[in-house]
Design a protein around this ligand. Structure first.
Ligand SMILES: *Cc1c(COP(=O)(O)O)cnc(C)c1O
Length: 378
């Protein structure tokens, strides 16, 4: 076993593990399961600050993104794909797969999307059925300003789909205030349950866009409407993974009880960035740092895999590299959910400091101390 300090999956608490091993009723036949499922959905809606319906779907986080596109896209629909990161761009694939016509709005991958520039673009072209945007694009750690972007899109009559899988519950998330039509979350990030579940919150506008389609949704598993009347009819489109949902419910209760979590995430992330840069390392981003993940450039002459392997073998702590164009170029420390605590981050920095030193890079300060001081003085 080792400590997981990656941007998902995160460490899972014993309480969540225990909840997953409880006896469970037949989720198809026993109506009491439908009640339990609904309670978890209602709590998730509370955490997302929305009156909208939430549906938990049986699949990893990607299922929610695909389900959003499958359920909203009709052949020929123009969809604005806001692209300042790998996940951002990735939405174009789902849009095309379901016959839509993705229009990429690509901006600097090292910064959040600038709302005023997007506003200028939309003045010229706003003929889109919906737009997709990622809250925290995890491979780079860039955090987009959803609170400005979504109201702007809505003011042009564009539905908004937000992937907040790696941000929500670590970063602030207010679905209704921010006028989000479809929000996607996952079990294995800041909620700190194991991977395997996705949940979507869906506005009335998004539901009516799905209901008023001319052509049926070209999927069964990705059809959000299949869940629409689950509570009224006490019926799910397929057998629900009861144990996974018990685990998720426990994780949701832990997050709900943790009142200052967003403040703590921000505080820890700030002190971590400060420690890393004081040590002479550099951050990948120029601006828009997510409170859930920190992305550090691999120092000249060192290999990401060596650093990661060394930390895991010698210190029992797993951090991660990245992928696509960032493969081998950066290290990522996840500090979301269960990992967003001073002790684990301090230990991670201690291990990183010692590992870098053993590989020939001398930190300009003691990173663990710098982090701990940063927590006190900020
Ligand atoms: C983790 C994550 C997902 C879920 O998919 P993975 O298979 O874990 O990559 C979706 N979107 C974002 C931004 C994520 O960080």
């Amino acid at each position: 076993m080792y400590k997981i300090m990656t941007p998902g999956p995160t460490n899972v608490s014993q309480a969540v593990m225990d909840a997953r091993s409880r006896w469970f009723p037949n989720p198809d036949v026993d109506i009491s399961f439908c009640e339990e499922y609904r309670q978890v959905c209602l709590k998730l809606a509370g955490l997302m600050h929305t009156e909208n319906e939430v549906f938990i779907m049986d699949g990893e986080g990607i299922l929610g993104l695909e389900a959003a596109c499958a359920s909203l896209t009709e052949p020929g629909d123009r969809v604005l794909v806001i692209d300042n990161g790998i996940y951002g761009k990735g939405f174009a694939d789902f849009v095309s797969m379901y016959g839509g016509n993705p229009v990429l709005y690509t901006t600097d991958y090292r910064r959040p999307v600038a709302t005023y520039e997007l506003a200028r673009f939309l003045e010229k072209d706003h003929d889109f059925k919906y737009a997709t945007v990622v809250h925290c694009d995890t491979p780079s750690g860039v955090l987009n300003n959803i609170s400005e972007i979504c109201p702007l899109l809505k003011s042009h009559g564009i539905l908004t789909v937000v992937d907040s899988v790696s941000a929500m519950f670590g970063a602030e998330f207010r679905m209704d205030d921010w006028q989000i039509d479809l929000a996607c979350g996952g079990s294995q990030k800041a909620l700190s349950a194991p991977p395997g579940l996705t949940f979507v919150a869906v506005s009335r506008d998004a539901l009516s866009a799905m209901e008023n389609r001319h052509i049926p949704i070209a999927s069964f598993y990705c059809n959000i409407l299949a869940f629409r009347n689950y509570y009224r009819d006490k019926w799910f489109p397929y057998t629900m993974p009861a144990s996974d949902i018990y685990g998720l419910g426990e994780a949701v209760d832990i997050v709900m009880a943790d009142k200052d979590r967003t403040k703590r995430h921000a505080h820890i992330a700030g002190a971590l960035r400060n420690a890393v840069t004081s040590a002479g390392l550099s951050l990948y981003l120029e601006d828009g740092f997510s409170p859930t993940v920190t992305v550090i450039n691999v120092p000249e002459g060192l290999k990401a895999d060596d650093i990661i392997e060394n930390m895991k073998e010698n210190y029992g702590i797993l951090i991660s590299g990245s992928f696509d164009y960032l493969s081998g170029k950066v290290l990522r420390i996840g500090h979301m959910g269960s990992c967003a605590n001073p002790k684990d981050v301090a230990e991670t920095l201690y291990a990183l400091d010692k590992t870098l030193c053993s590989l020939g890079f001398r930190c300009k300060c003691d990173m663990q101390k710098a982090f701990e001081n940063g927590l006190i003085y900020s």
